[in-house]
Design a protein around this ligand. Structure first.
Ligand code: ADP
Ligand code: MG
Ligand code: ZN
Length: 480
């Protein structure tokens, strides 16, 4: 029997506001433990929360970017549970009345666009962090750092529209790209400022009802999300095939063992006793405010991708890569403005440039080759000054040294050889050294041309203009 997976993701994104969501403490990551704290975010009796308007603005930005309906009226609710990193004994979140509902994010799979629905986007505060020391010693202790309590989060809950682990990865990267374009979250999964819980179930192909789902936690990278889902889908199919049932539960991904482990079942699921927080007034969002914020939205990844395809005539694949970040897209457009040939620029950025950056684990912002240098180098190729092959060397040197291409070509004497007499001389020598092959060629073994071209290029250390070499060789060989 064939099975189909059903996946829905719950994503938490930390907002890059300067202060926390309900107090004036810095929301910045890090800092000496418990230095970004005050009576409000450490839950002292009698302290009162005051909503950070910037956090609301950021959340609305994301909601608009995801085509959600913004509620004119929403409420904050207390989610009650005990944990040492939660000093108040409850987390302020939103429950029945979230900030936004009913949106979607478009991902492109197999060259087709697919909409993944968004059920809701709501605001909440983050909890603190526990630091466990010497876990296996008698002196083991746990410390608590409240720097993170009260840092603003948005939770983005998707519809169960995702069908494969790859699609989950695409959707997640799509969300992260949007957050980064909006400059409201740094999207760093390893640091925990972008986190994901994955819900997954399987059903026999053709069945209408969803199967029982499990919820996967502890997914600290895109790769982990995909691997955990792959594992879990296989595990659930295995159970059904064996005539057993999937149990609704929360499972942890264990990266070292490469499998998911049960953490808690449905019976142990928390009852959070949500109720409206009496310390906070209802939040009203006016149409005028929404429209003001809409006016500040930048061109988002999906629109930019479409524009790149239209305006530059590049394939969708290229457009997808080049619009992954605003800075990379800007870099590309600047190169095209300076040089002109859109596809050639795209090839060099997607190939050599991104390869070097990846090797050094760097972002385009830290790239030592400014658009001006890449554009002049490409111009040197089309002008016939250097060959495409030599350009690879020039590029590496530009990347390494930060120097411009002209300087490098000068210094290293890399200018392409276009002197017909000089090339003729070399051709004559190559042919003289290979009389047998020349004879074979003339008897009809024309594929030998490639060999002769190779020899000439080698003799000029790659500097001869390959087109010219081809022409001249054909002539010499046909003379007999
Ligand atoms: P909860 O309140 O328990 O977290 P929700 O109804 O809010 O449950 O759903 C949480 C997530 O689970 C959503 O992303 C939703 O798309 C997904 N989901 C719901 N049912 C299923 C299912 N049968 N299989 C996979 N995912 C599901
Ligand atoms: Mg949930
Ligand atoms: Zn505080």
């Amino acid at each position: 029997m064939d099975y189909e997976a059903i996946i829905g993701l719950e994503v938490h994104a930390q907002l890059l506001t300067r202060s926390k969501i309900f107090c004036g403490c810095p929301a910045a990551f890090g800092g000496e433990p418990n230095t970004h704290t005050c009576p409000v975010c450490t839950g002292q009796p009698g302290s009162l929360p005051v909503l950070n308007v910037k956090a609301v603005e950021f959340a609305i930005k994301m909601a608009l970017a995801c085509h959600c309906k913004i509620s004119p009226f929403c409420l904050f609710a207390r989610k009650n549970y005990f944990y040492p990193d939660l000093p108040k004994g409850y987390q302020i979140s939103q429950y029945e009345y979230p900030l936004a509902k009913d949106g979607y994010v478009e991902v492109s799979t197999d060259g087709r666009g697919k909409r993944i629905g968004i059920i809701r986007i709501h605001m909440e505060e983050d909890a603190g962090k526990l630091v466990h020391e010497g876990a296996f010693e008698t002196s083991a202790s746990s410390l608590v750092d409240f720097n993170r309590t009260g840092v603003p989060l948005i939770e983005i809950v998707s519809d169960p529209d995702i069908r494969t682990p790859e699609e989950a990865g695409l959707y997640l990267r799509g969300l992260r790209d949007i957050l980064r374009y909006l400059q409201i979250c740094d999207g760093d999964m390893e640091k925990g400022s972008f986190r994901c819980d994955a819900n997954v179930s399987v059903r026999p192909q053709g069945q209408r009802d969803f199967g029982t789902r499990t919820e996967l936690k502890n997914l600290n990278s895109f790769r982990h999300v995909e691997k955990a889902l792959e594992y879990e889908i296989k595990r659930q199919i295995g159970l059904l095939e064996a005539g057993e049932e999937v149990v609704q539960e929360t499972r942890l991904w264990d990266e070292d063992q490469g499998r998911t482990l049960s953490m808690r079942g449905k019976e142990e699921a928390h009852d959070y006793r949500y109720f409206p927080d009496p310390d906070l007034v209802p939040l009203e969002v006016s149409e005028a405010w929404i429209e003001d914020i809409r006016g500040t939205l930048p061109e988002l990844p999906a629109e930019k991708r479409q524009r790149f395809i239209r305006q530059y005539g590049i394939p969708e694949y290229d457009a997808g890569i080049l619009t992954a970040s605003q800075s990379l897209a800007d870099y590309y457009e600047e190169c095209v403005r300076l040089f002109g040939e859109a596809k050639m620029v795209s090839n060099w950025i997607m190939g050599d440039l991104l390869r070097e950056l990846k090797k050094d684990d760097r972002e385009i912002e830290q790239c030592s080759v400014p658009p001006k240098h890449l554009a002049s180098m490409l111009k040197m190729i089309t002008d016939g000054l250097i060959s495409g092959k030599i350009a690879k060397t020039v590029f590496e040197e530009m990347y390494r040294s930060g120097k411009g291409p002209e300087e490098i070509v000068q210094e290293k004497g890399l200018v392409q050889l276009t002197d017909v007499d000089e090339i003729q001389r070399i051709i004559r020598r190559v042919l003289e050294e290979n009389p047998k092959l020349v004879e074979d060629y003339q008897k009809g073994k024309e594929q030998l041309l490639g060999f002769f071209v190779g020899q000439v290029m080698k003799a000029t250390r790659g500097k001869a203009n390959p087109k010219l070499v081809n022409e001249l060789l054909r002539k010499s060989l046909s003379k007999g």
